[in-house]
Design a protein around this ligand. Structure first.
Ligand SMILES: NC(=O)c1ccc[n+]([C@@H]2O[C@H](COP(=O)([O-])OP(=O)(O)OC[C@H]3O[C@@H](n4cnc5c(N)ncnc54)[C@H](O)[C@@H]3O)[C@@H](O)[C@H]2O)c1
Ligand SMILES: [Fe+2]
Length: 404
């Protein structure tokens, strides 16, 4: 009885959200694209009369000298820049606050985020805090609590990726509770993004694989979501096809600029799709592996994806079959049933070929009830998943991920 009421509440909420969606102003960032595009950014920044910026990035990116060319062009354009390169993977509240201190003490006027989702999300919340100094990060948790324009924000993804350069989301870690939570607001969509494949050439194979599978998960979860629309389906289909056709090759040989560009675009398209249609249980569960054990976001998604798809295959069959068709998986006369199975098998094969495991090494039986509880409270009612899971079903699914 309680379950039925819960289900009706969730589904009603999701229908209302879908109907209300066009009322929110989801913008798409202005793009600077192509190899070397980051060198065009300083002129773009200058065109807004901005003279002092904070660059938010991490030590890994600084360490490989990825930004030297960008720094020179900033100097040529007379733009003063300060660097906050302390971003941690899955940035914590304190990590973001430290960046805010830099922003304020240097009296910056704008933020350039360069890096993966961690740097972009950190930069988004630094911006939100700069605009709303009295509101704590914990008070920004959830939907539409920011509501005020951020300082000018320029996003430069160097993984492909989270799609954060076009999403309303920033994911924050709370080390006190071992949770990751989302801040969701259309004000967090960066007005300008740079998609420069040269920046991703040096991305190591294991990060290429896990971040690429994150983007694939965005596309697939958005596509099978009940919140999907014709618009989001178009982007999710394009992204899925591009990732399935390119990711393994780039994993083997990261130097192909054209394929790197495809992946960067695919990640952006997947971001457009999921920020409107939402993600699903893969993300809800993976966020907890991140919060609880520090498992990198993309890796967690890659491991969980085939298990969640298997559990919702009956309800998502037609959509999964369609993704198989457009990605060139299966034969012309295969039934939807066969194609949906082949699509899931393809994902498993991609994981296998890219050395992604089939279980979560850190997972312990004793943690499963809490992980399931938190995953379901993240997903319900916000994620319009094709099949709703009860707590015991979610626990069983997570149990299949125990190390064997
Ligand atoms: N805002 C969103 O919409 C959204 C969506 C999905 C995930 N996320 C969040 O994004 C974070 C994960 O982001 P990520 O997967 O991009 O990883 P990341 O930003 O944590 O970066 C992973 C590692 O890759 C390195 N790296 C990045 N680019 C590189 C390059 N070009 N060359 C060499 N090394 C490079 C970094 O130094 C870092 O060590 C998580 O916190 C996740 O929850 C956000
Ligand atoms: Fe993700």
């Amino acid at each position: 009885m309680l379950w039925t009421i819960n289900k009706i509440y969730n589904r009603t909420f999701q229908v209302l959200m879908k109907v209300a969606m066009p009322l929110f102003s989801f913008t798409v960032p202005e793009l600077l694209t192509g190899a070397g595009a980051i060198k065009k950014l300083p002129a773009r920044i200058k065109s807004q009369g901005l003279k002092k910026i904070l660059i938010v990035t991490d030590k890994g990116i600084m360490g490989i000298g990825l930004l030297e060319g960008f720094f020179s062009v900033l100097k040529e354009n007379g733009i003063d820049y300060y660097i906050y390169d302390e971003v941690e993977p899955n940035p914590s509240i304190q990590n973001i606050e430290n960046g805010l201190t830099q922003y304020n003490s240097n009296r910056c006027e704008a933020i350039v985020a360069v890096g993966g989702g961690s740097s972009m999300d950190c930069a988004k919340i630094i911006g939100a805090r700069a605009s709303k100094p009295k509101q704590t990060i914990l008070k920004m948790r959830g939907k539409f609590h920011v509501r005020k324009a951020l300082p000018p924000l320029f996003a430069v993804p160097t993984t492909a990726g989270t799609g954060s350069e076009t999403t309303i989301a920033a994911i924050v870690s709370n080390p006190d509770t071992h949770e990751k939570f989302a801040v969701l607001d259309t004000k967090l969509i960066p007005p300008v993004a740079v998609l420069d494949p040269e920046l991703t050439i040096g991305l190591p194979p294991h990060i290429t694989a896990s971040t690429g599978m994150d983007a694939l998960t965005h596309a697939v979860e958005a596509y099978i979501s009940r919140g999907s629309t014709k618009y989001t389906d178009e982007y999710a289909e394009k992204a899925t096809k591009m990732i399935i056709n390119n990711l393994e090759a780039v994993y083997k040989d990261g130097s192909n600029l054209e394929k790197r560009n495809e992946l960067l675009l695919a990640s952006f398209y997947a971001g457009i799709a999921f920020t409107r249609a939402a993600v699903g249980y893969v993300h809800a569960i993976a966020h907890n592996f991140g919060g609880q054990y520090g498992v990198p976001h993309g890796l967690a998604n890659a491991i969980v994806l085939p298990f969640v798809l298997e559990s919702s295959r009956e309800q998502a069959k037609e959509k999964l079959a369609q993704l198989a068709r457009i990605s060139g998986i299966g034969k012309g006369d295969d039934s939807s049933d066969q194609l949906s199975l082949k699509f899931i098998e393809k994902i498993k094969a991609m994981n296998y070929n890219m050395n992604i495991p089939t279980s979560v090494q850190e997972l312990m039986e004793k943690d499963i009830p809490l992980i399931a509880k938190r995953a379901l409270s993240e997903a319900h009612p916000d994620y319009p998943v094709p099949r709703m899971l009860k707590k015991s079903e979610c626990e069983d699914l997570i149990r299949r991920l125990l190390p064997r």
